[in-house]
Design a binder for this molecule. Sequence first.
Ligand SMILES: [Mg+2]
Length: 140
Amino acid sequence: MRVKRINTGLGQRTTKYVIAICEIMGENFMPGQKIQELAEKIRGFIDTRSWSKYHKPKNIAIAISVEAAELLELFQWRASNDEFDKEDYEKIRMETADVAIYAICMANACNFDLGDAIDEKIGQNVRKYPAEDSKDLFDR
Ligand SMILES: [Mg+2]
């Protein structure tokens, strides 16, 4: 597989993540492409059901929180070292997808590109938490 070299402008660590994602998604994949495709698919799903009138930022923010709570519920009363079975991971996978779908809905409702926002936020986090200062931060 050919590895695409992309200058993210965000430092070596972030560039490695982008390259790893490109390796997983295939050589024609460009960061943000998949999210844009999903955003269009979700927009089509909403529009064909005339649900746009309900998809206001406040309602979507509530929906994100509800779906995040459904994800959290899967961990309720479990110890950190509890084993998860295949069915548990499938539930985690689907609730995580619900959260991501509503995050994309928020981007659609507010007219921004979620891929760009994620990219920008990763850049902010890279600058806020330089690797040399942040390694094992929570073990101190
Ligand atoms: Mg759900």
